[in-house]
Design a protein around this ligand. Structure first.
Ligand code: G3P
Ligand code: MG
Length: 250
């Protein structure tokens, strides 16, 4: 088992594959995660929504939007589809929408076959995802998992279910109450948009004891600057471009 803190010590600058390697393969598909892993990312990022099988059982599916329009060959909201029907859709290059459990299996296999530990950032996007995520993550994994969300109430719920799990509130713009929120959540990291990332803010978050991850960064120059400013890592659609910035301690 590896904790998220150990992972950050081993990787002083984490390169996280955003939706896998979304700039190179269809986002949030197993092909995209496999490619990101091949490129050596030290974290994978994905988005989850809750959906239902025809018999009513719920599960977490990996997709960014609450509609299938943008990323598949169909149209409609997720709730209009059973999981069986969602799995028939083409999410690009013949890929299907993965279940979270499939990505967990992929990472487990990756750890076993390569000996490399790659962290996972699960972003709670859809409604009522916290309980199901906590249920699925109650088993032990060989890689660290951090839970993030823009909707901090989902993280509050998750925290009540998993008192020890690494949590990272997401911010698309600066909020002056960030410290209270992060403290109340007992967060380990703060995940921020590139547009709100300044050297002063990154230093302030770090000084308060939080790791800082920035999304979505696809240029080497921007990544270099964030690393110089003290960010803990970044989310990128292009791990092929950003991986040279990865710092690894033996
Ligand atoms: O978790 C970082 C990033 O994924 C947040 O934005 O919209 O790409 O999920 P989004
Ligand atoms: Mg995301």
């Amino acid at each position: 088992m590896s904790t998220f803190q150990q992972h950050l010590r081993r990787h002083p600058f984490v390169i996280a594959g955003h939706r896998g390697a979304a700039g190179l393969a269809p986002e949030n598909t197993l092909a995209s995660y496999s490619l990101a892993l091949e490129l050596g990312v030290t974290m994978l990022e994905l988005d989850v929504h809750r959906a239902h099988y025809a018999d009513g059982r719920a599960d977490l599916v990996v997709i960014h939007d609450n509609k299938v329009n943008r990323t598949t060959n169909a149209k409609g909201t997720l709730e209009e589809f059973s999981i069986e029907a969602l799995r028939q859709l083409d999410a690009g290059d013949g890929q299907s929408l993965p279940l979270l459990s499939e990505v967990l299996d992929l990472l487990t296999l990756h750890t076993q076959t390569t000996g490399r530990i790659t962290a996972l950032n699960i972003e709670l996007k859809g409604e009522e995802t916290a309980d199901l995520a906590a249920q699925m993550l109650s088993q032990t994994f060989a890689f660290p998992i951090v839970i993030s969300s823009f909707e901090h109430f989902k993280l509050t719920r998750f925290r009540t279910l998993m008192p020890q799990a690494p949590i990272a509130p997401l911010y698309h713009r600066y909020r002056s109450d960030w410290h209270t929120t992060a403290d109340d959540l007992n967060a380990c990291a703060i995940n921020i948009s590139a547009k709100m990332a300044t050297q002063t803010r990154i230093k302030k978050f770090k000084a308060a004891g939080y790791a800082v991850f920035v999304y979505t960064v696809n240029s080497l120059q921007e990544g270099q600057q964030l690393r110089d400013w003290g960010a803990s890592g970044l989310f990128t659609d292009r791990p092929d471009i950003l991986m040279p910035l990865s710092l690894t301690n033996p």
